[in-house]
Design a protein around this ligand. Structure first.
Ligand code: VG1
Ligand code: CO
Length: 543
């Protein structure tokens, strides 16, 4: 074993982000950088001696090298066994599933998710715990602490393991098991959904386009949708994972999945469209001529999940992140089940799922999932949609209109201001924070403010408290604006503004979102003084 000493951990004090550590790829490639993070993880969990882990990534540039580094370090730290996806590939939900199925002590996912890939783009790593979910805050804090004091890491001087074919390999005393990335995941999906029904739907001529965005879900979607469920060849596009995601942003939203959006809005649109992100944990759902917001998708899945075999007993509860619209709350209320509002980031759902308090969870950023794993799961959401469409025989547009007629519609949009100088972004947050107590009862741009606060989450399972999780402004009209800073960006700050307007059953549900949200937006711009503080009012990305 080789002990490499480092003068001071090459970390610059970055606190744990929304989802693991994300940096420019070249930063990760600096000698010792990845190594120090991995050693910090091992140190923070009381060492790797005798433990087993799952390791895989989304196939972006540096994925393969990083995996070899981790394997050598795991062996040097005494790990007994590591399960790796063939070719180094595993989607985030597939990692979560393998950790749970094989009972490993945890896992490492190499991905910067929706951030672009390549030597001049982004790389990332996240640690998942034995329940298969993202490390909760007490563990990420421990990892952070280790990164601040680390002085050495352990590795082996061995050749790379061959990850090209399934089977086993040996590194030092550690066994490496190379598995097909899709097999176990597909088996899990078969237990949840009525594959015969979905197969019959495709056989009847139902058409679909799935955009894998040159990222990790390509092999999964091809195996499940085309080979198993009989969707024709060409249903899955951009299906080969590439190191730079075809130079795109593997972010499944109408902006970055524009080609798919254009097709779905055209005369020749298929019945159903979907896309997934870099590491396969998110999804975008589109019907012919109609985009489904992630918040609506969560609500609609909650209302109809019982149509799929895995959920036929009903749901214990639905949890959503705070910026996600209240649409799923209305479903939970009607079903008489729990509903929860958590901070942004999947790690906050873990306790609720483990305790059996929630069955479905979702975020406005197109993450949806359930208690089948402890991560959000893009393809799972697509299959649940397909199962529901197969059962009801309705189109996506009919499903949406019926849902709004019953529950009302939460018009919704997120506006992102990217690469804002950190000081300016902080100034916006400070400016709004300073007004919170005086806002209720005042009127901004014609909209009366009914409530304003900084969101704190009290975990109902372990009692932990997470403060400063975003600023919420409620309006008497049933509107809401939320402001928060992204925890996943790698350049300056990203300011996210979330706009929502409720229209009750019987009210007009046919407006375009921009019109429906115009008053809330005007009020927010006035309260946050964006023009003055960041010099612009128009966002870079609207989803
Ligand atoms: C974003 C999303 C958040 C999601 C996170 C990780 O975080 O808003 O909902 O959980 O990305 O998703 P932020 O802090 O940038 O708003 V993923 O697919 O990158 O693992
Ligand atoms: Co992701």
């Amino acid at each position: 074993m080789q002990i490499v000493t480092v003068s001071k951990g090459p970390f610059d004090g970055q606190k744990p982000g929304t989802s693991g550590l994300r940096k420019k790829t070249r930063v990760f490639m600096e000698p010792g950088y990845l190594e120090c993070f991995v050693q910090s993880v091992f140190n923070a969990i009381g060492g790797a001696q005798g433990k087993s882990f799952v390791v895989g990534g989304d196939g972006r540039f540096f994925n393969k090298d990083a995996i070899q580094t981790i394997l050598r370090m795991a062996a040097a730290n005494g790990a007994a066994r590591v399960i790796v996806g063939q070719g180094g590939l595993l989607s985030t939900p597939a990692v979560s599933n393998l950790i749970r199925q094989r009972g490993t002590d945890g896992g490492l996912v190499l991905s910067a998710s929706h951030n672009p890939g390549g030597i001049d783009a982004d790389f990332g790593i996240k640690y998942n715990i034995a329940n298969g979910g993202p490390a909760p805050e007490n563990i990420t804090a421990g990892i952070f602490e280790q990164t601040q004091t680390i002085t050495s890491y352990a590795t082996l001087d061995t050749a790379d393991a061959d990850l090209g074919s399934t089977g086993t390999a040996q590194i030092g005393d550690m066994e490496v098991e190379i598995v097909d990335p899709v097999t176990d995941y597909q088996a899990l999906m078969e237990t949840l959904f009525d594959f015969d029904k979905i197969k019959a739907l495709f056989a009847s001529g139902f058409t679909m386009r799935f955009d894998a965005m040159h990222a990790v879900t390509g092999p999964y979607a091809k195996a499940i949708l085309q080979e198993r469920l009989g969707a024709p060849e060409g249903t899955v596009i951009n299906a080969v994972p590439s190191e730079d995601f075809g130079k795109g942003h593997p972010d499944p939203n109408p902006v970055w999945a524009k080609t798919l959006m254009d097709e779905m809005m055209s005369d020749t649109a298929p019945d159903f469209g979907a896309a997934s992100d870099g590491d396969g944990d998110r999804n975008m759902i589109v019907g012919r001529g109609v985009y489904v917001t992630p918040s609506d998708s969560l609500a609609l899945l909650a209302a109809n999940a019982h149509l799929a075999p895995g959920y036929k007993g009903g749901l214990a509860g639905v949890a959503r992140s705070m910026p996600t619209s209240g649409a799923s709350d209305r479903v939970a209320e009607k079903l008489g089940i729990n509903s929860f509002e958590t901070p942004t980031g999947w790690k906050f759902f873990g306790n609720l799922l483990d305790a059996g308090k929630a069955t479905l969870c979702g975020e406005e950023s197109a993450g949806t999932g359930s208690d089948h794993v402890r991560e959000k799961d893009g393809l799972w959401a697509v299959l649940l949609w397909l199962n529901i469409l197969a059962e009801t025989g309705k189109s996506v547009a009919e499903m949406l209109n019926d849902h709004w007629a019953e529950f009302g519609r939460n018009y919704y949009s997120r506006h992102d201001y990217e690469a804002v100088p950190t000081e300016a972004a902080n100034a916006v947050m400070d400016h709004v924070t300073g007004q919170l107590s005086s806002l209720p009862g005042t009127t901004a741009a014609g909209a009366e403010v009914s409530s304003a606060d900084s969101f704190s989450y009290h975990d109902p399972v372990d009692g932990s408290v997470s403060e400063n999780q975003g600023l919420r402004i409620g309006f008497a009209s049933g509107g809401r604006a939320v402001l928060r800073l992204s925890g996943t960006g790698t350049e300056g700050a990203t300011l996210r503004v979330y706009l929502e307007q409720y229209a009750a059953p019987g009210e007009d549900h046919g407006l375009d979102a921009e019109t429906a949200l115009s008053q809330v937006r005007a009020a927010l711009l006035q309260i946050a003084d964006l023009q003055n503080l960041i010099g612009r009012v128009d966002p870079d990305v609207k989803t």
